[in-house]
Design a protein around this ligand. Structure first.
Ligand SMILES: *[C@@H]1O[C@H](CO)[C@@H](O)[C@H](O)[C@H]1NC(C)=O
Ligand SMILES: *[C@@H]1O[C@H](CO)[C@@H](O)[C@H](O)[C@H]1NC(C)=O
Ligand SMILES: *[C@@H]1O[C@H](CO)[C@@H](O)[C@H](O)[C@H]1NC(C)=O
Ligand SMILES: *[C@@H]1O[C@H](CO)[C@@H](O)[C@H](O)[C@H]1NC(C)=O
Length: 366
């Protein structure tokens, strides 16, 4: 029996049609939601898209950068957050006289760690002012943070669970489902490439490299092999490789650096990743855009897979389909990271103290 054969009354037909419509809409919603987020990236902030006058009527947020990260020169002239990032009512300052009035004071960890800078603990802290701890380093490079217990109200880090997440890069959904603006790169001469400056044979990535090399050819660049790549040669070199070893030197929760976002994704090689666990990558990168070392029972199996994938053009090119929906955004400017505080500001918990920063930073790091 088919639907077309069934004799149905008018109202019945309408009801079925209505139900079908409803179902379609529901499915569309589900499908869309699923596509937008392979668990992430985090939703676009509604406040950041609002121009000069929003319904919420918060006055300007003042952010005081206590010292410059790594002494990086940064111009804070003008309305930086609006001019560069279209973030309204967000003032970045570096004059310490703002300590008595700033809403947020940001301290970059490196200079605190080295002792070149100190927290202004002797000045009274204005009511409601928040101190932010900022670092992009893996836990092992943040020093001993126990002396900072009960000092900070918020964290800024690549961690997704930081109060202000400041990842090294991210994928942003493309406006319209695009076509590939470039052909799938198939002009490849090398199977696997790796760029490494500081080789340490005790690191996990070195062990994996050695095992992989026993199965397939791996071409190594960088200071370690005395084949340093000038920065303008980096991406062209990587683009001639089928696979790029985006191996992090530290294996820690969410620690995914430009090795993935820039070297592999922009270098147009398929990333083979080693770093945090698979689910951390899955939260920020679409399926079939990378290969995780842990997805194989052994490095030998991984090598065999890479070899077979390179020989199967169709299957290999599937690893570039994500580019239809996503574009890579690298984050390199400290000012953008600071401006990011403002759209989140009104959503920060009213009261929060990191009573054990050391424990928070070292959570779940291997
Ligand atoms: C924005 O809001 C302020 C105060 O609410 C108002 O005085 C001003 O005219 C508004 N500006 C625009 C362009 O709507
Ligand atoms: C907007 O700001 C003005 C003064 O700055 C205040 O009086 C008013 O209550 C605010 N309105 C809202 C909806 O927050
Ligand atoms: C492919 O690579 C070779 C060698 O690197 C180069 O000479 C050639 O111009 C490339 N072709 C294209 C279409 O990029
Ligand atoms: C920030 O931390 C300080 C020091 O622990 C605390 O006294 C203050 O109440 C906190 N402020 C906020 C807004 O959480």
């Amino acid at each position: 029996m088919t639907f077309s054969r069934m004799a149905l009354s008018g109202p019945m037909k309408r009801r079925i049609l209505l139900s079908l419509c409803f179902l379609c809409v529901l499915l569309l919603c589900l499908f869309n939601g699923w596509q937008r987020s392979f668990n992430g990236p985090p939703p676009v902030n509604p406040i950041s898209t609002c121009r000069s006058n929003c319904s919420s009527n918060k006055t300007t947020v003042t952010i005081l950068l206590w010292h410059r990260p790594f002494n990086t020169p940064l111009s804070l002239e003008g309305d930086v957050c609006w001019d560069l990032y279209h973030i309204p009512r967000c003032r970045l300052v570096d004059q310490r006289s703002f300590l008595s009035s700033a809403d947020v004071v940001v301290f970059h960890n490196r200079e605190l760690m080295s002792g070149h800078q100190k927290l202004p603990v002797d000045s009274p802290r204005p009511q409601g002012q928040r101190w932010a701890w900022m670092s992009l380093e893996a836990p092992v490079h943040n020093g001993d943070l126990r002396r900072f217990a009960h000092m900070f109200n918020m964290t800024m880090s690549y961690r997704r669970d930081a109060d202000i997440p400041i990842p090294y890069g991210e994928l942003l959904p493309k406006e319209a489902d695009g076509q590939l603006t470039e052909d799938v790169p198939l002009n490849k001469t090398t199977l696997v490439c790796w760029v490494v400056s500081n080789y340490n044979r005790y690191q996990k990535r070195s062990k994996v490299y050695k095992e992989l090399k026993a199965t397939v050819d791996v071409k190594v660049y960088g200071r370690w092999t005395k084949k340093p790549l000038p920065s303008e040669d980096l991406l062209p070199t990587i683009s001639r490789c089928y696979f790029y070893l985006a191996f992090e030197n530290s294996l820690s929760k969410d620690y995914i650096t430009e090795k993935l976002w820039k070297n592999a994704y922009l270098g147009r090689a398929v990333p083979v990743v080693l770093g945090p666990q698979l689910s951390d990558y899955q939260a920020v990168a679409p399926p079939n855009s990378f290969i995780h070392v842990d997805q194989f029972p052994s490095v030998r199996e991984l090598g065999k897979y890479l070899q077979s994938l390179a020989e199967d053009k169709k299957h290999y090119s599937d690893y570039f389909n994500w580019k239809l929906k996503w574009s890579v955004k690298l984050h390199t400017d400290w000012r953008e990271r600071l401006c990011k505080i403002c759209p989140q500001y009104n959503r920060l918990p009213e009261q929060k103290v990191y009573s054990d920063l050391q424990a928070w930073v070292n959570a779940d790091s291997a």
